[in-house]
Design a binder for this molecule. Structure first.
Ligand SMILES: [Zn+2]
Ligand SMILES: [Zn+2]
Length: 334
């Protein structure tokens, strides 16, 4: 089925927004293109253009009008072509190029800012082979943690979005589940089993004394469905917030097959290189994830890559450098 001229225009504007985000353009500039795209969905673009009334559509100024006309004339806009070229010239490190997916992504179902389809389309634009949707679990009410009913609904939405995007990417079901005070995970076993990717994170009582935090985390490591320990030290603004016996917990992670997350959010950057090196010496595997709460944040993976490189981390310790099938096989599930 041919793509309509209308759709071409919308795609062009969204692609431009994406490219600007990659260039770290101010968000008002990025948003201007997304806003115009949303407004143009509501009108018959070809008819409005033919009537010379494009500028009457909210958010359409001189630049966007000329982009729309370029696309309706059957091509791509000059503006986009220039951006594609500029972004294409930005060099990527070999490790970053080796990463095949992102295993920590939020949507509006919990505390993210975008629909699942937007996050998935962004993952496709970034060249990912897979993406795990990992919204919060029930206990984290402040971040609209999903109930069991909503998780069930989200499973259906994943199937639906997967149908929409076809084989351009594989969507993994997932959850960022709270590690509760007693070290248990925040979902019943039946639901843990059905999740492709279980990221366990401490969000509450993360400053308990080390002699309580160590057994809490060791208990969590023994859960056969825990795949990844998310932002392992709760680091925020340059300081780890949780203290515990790193050697003991990382050794347990290695023993029970739980990967440690290198979290790419600028305010987290957790684990730091010294702890990555310690965990490596204890036999741990890792993932480099973005913990994105908006599409543009999925581009932060380079921050985590920089930590891995500084720590001298070997690529075959990084699970999201594997194919989806190999990754799922590496989870060590029962
Ligand atoms: Zn978290
Ligand atoms: Zn998160």
């Amino acid at each position: 089925m041919a793509v309509s001229p209308q759709q071409n225009v919308i795609d062009e504007l969204n692609r431009i927004a994406f490219l600007l985000e990659r260039q770290l353009a101010p968000s008002y500039r990025v948003e201007a293109f997304r806003r115009a795209a949303r407004a143009l969905v509501e009108v018959d673009v070809a008819a409005v253009a033919a009537a010379g009334r494009l500028r009457s559509v909210p958010g359409v100024g001189e630049r966007i009008e000329s982009i729309v006309r370029d696309v309706l004339d059957g091509g791509r806009s000059e503006y986009r072509l220039r951006l594609e070229e500029e972004v294409g010239q930005q060099a990527q490190s070999p490790l970053q190029a080796a990463l095949r997916g992102d295993l920590h992504v939020h949507t509006i179902w919990s505390d993210g800012g975008a629909e699942m389809i937007e996050m998935v389309e962004t993952a496709i634009d970034l060249g990912h082979e897979y993406v795990a949707i990992t919204d919060h679990s029930p206990s984290l009410k402040i971040a609209r943690g999903l109930s069991i009913e909503r998780l069930e609904e989200q499973f259906l939405l994943v199937e639906d979005v997967q149908r929409q995007v076809g084989d351009r990417i594989r969507i993994l079901t997932g959850s960022e589940t709270d590690i509760l005070l007693d070290g248990s995970l925040d979902w019943p076993e039946d639901h843990l089993r059905r999740l492709d990717i279980v990221v366990g994170s401490v969000h509450n009582k993360l400053r308990i004394p080390p002699d309580e935090m160590t057994p809490r985390l060791v208990e969590a490591m023994q859960n056969p469905y825990l795949d990844i320990l998310g932002h392992p030290t709760g680091r925020m603004g340059g300081k780890a917030r949780s203290s515990y016996d790193h050697e003991l917990v990382f050794a347990a992670a290695a023993h029970f097959g739980v990967a440690l997350e290198i979290n790419s959010r600028p305010e987290r950057l957790d684990l730091q290189p010294d702890l990555v090196r310690l965990a490596t010496s204890l036999g741990c595997n890792f993932v480099i994830s973005t913990d994105a709460h908006a599409p543009g944040q999925m581009m932060w993976q380079g921050n985590g890559v920089a930590i891995a490189e500084e720590a001298g981390l070997d690529q075959d310790r990084i699970l999201n450098a594997l194919s989806a099938d190999d990754l799922l096989a590496a989870r060590g599930r029962p």
